[in-house]
Write a protein that binds this ligand. Structure first.
Ligand SMILES: *Cc1c(COP(=O)(O)O)cnc(C)c1O
Length: 234
């Protein structure tokens, strides 16, 4: 397991480097978020030993358990799943970055909680719903200016960039237009901000289109149990 994990991580890093090179970028502009959802703390420990430094979790409760086992400051913890308002306080305490901010209401709440909890800054990315799929989370392009304007008034929330979860296509080329559009939006809104885009099957395409944070789970840790993946316990 340790060996496989090491090999997987090395392979992902090699592909990141290749994709960076292909697009004339430096590999150190791209941060790897190891998506550890559904995997137990002992697996994360192995990933840390193999050099992983940022972990992505999609559920607050699940992350809470692992973080208490591994330690808050030991690595960086990123929330990549939808944040329910009743979990916001816990999330403020646990995470270094929230990739999934998608409403003014949530931003207001996080800002207020940061003040109450004496957290001086919390890095946030705005999740954009470019596909306009109403079941998906993320802010629609039309509502984006409002949210950005609000974030510019925040003292504790640090607006650091944009994030997207595009519709799933086997063929990464079909995802490319979504990545391109997210990058264009960044140029308009927050030049030099982070672009959180790309997962196991399409992170190389995302890097070619400018990703600065790639969120990779399966390619590092192997297949997840679909039961835990679908679990609605959080
Ligand atoms: C699970 C997840 C990932 C990682 O997906 P893989 O296909 O396993 O790499 C990335 N981003 C988000 C938001 C996720 O929920």
């Amino acid at each position: 397991m340790q060996n496989l994990l090491c090999e997987n991580l090395a392979e992902v890093r090699r592909k990141i480097e290749q994709a960076a090179q292909k697009s004339g970028r430096r590999a150190d502009e791209i941060k790897l978020v190891a998506v550890s959802k559904t995997h137990p703390a002992e697996v994360l420990r192995k990933a840390i030993a193999a050099g992983a430094r940022i972990f992505g979790e999609n559920k607050v409760q699940e992350a809470d358990r692992k973080i208490s086992e591994i330690g808050l400051g030991k690595v960086a913890w990123h929330l990549i799943g939808h944040l329910q308002t009743n979990k916001a306080r816990r999330a403020v305490k646990l995470f270094d970055m929230i990739h999934t901010l998608d409403s003014v209401e949530l931003a207001e709440r996080l800002e207020r909680i940061c003040i109450e909890e004496n957290k001086t800054n919390l890095s946030v990315l705005v999740q954009i719903d470019l596909a306009g799929e109403t079941t998906k989370n993320g802010v629609k392009e039309n509502d984006l200016p409002n949210l950005v304007a609000f974030l510019q008034t925040c003292k504790r929330l640090k607006f650091d960039g944009l994030m997207i979860i595009p519709p799933f296509f086997d063929d990464a080329e079909r995802v490319r237009p979504f990545f391109k559009r997210l990058r264009e939006l960044r140029e308009e809104i927050i030049p030099n901000g982070e672009l959180s885009m790309g997962m196991s099957h399409d992170f190389e395409t995302a890097i070619e289109e400018g990703a600065t944070l790639v969120r990779v789970g399966t390619a590092i840790f192997g297949q997840r149990q679909s039961v835990s993946l679908e679990s609605k316990t959080d």
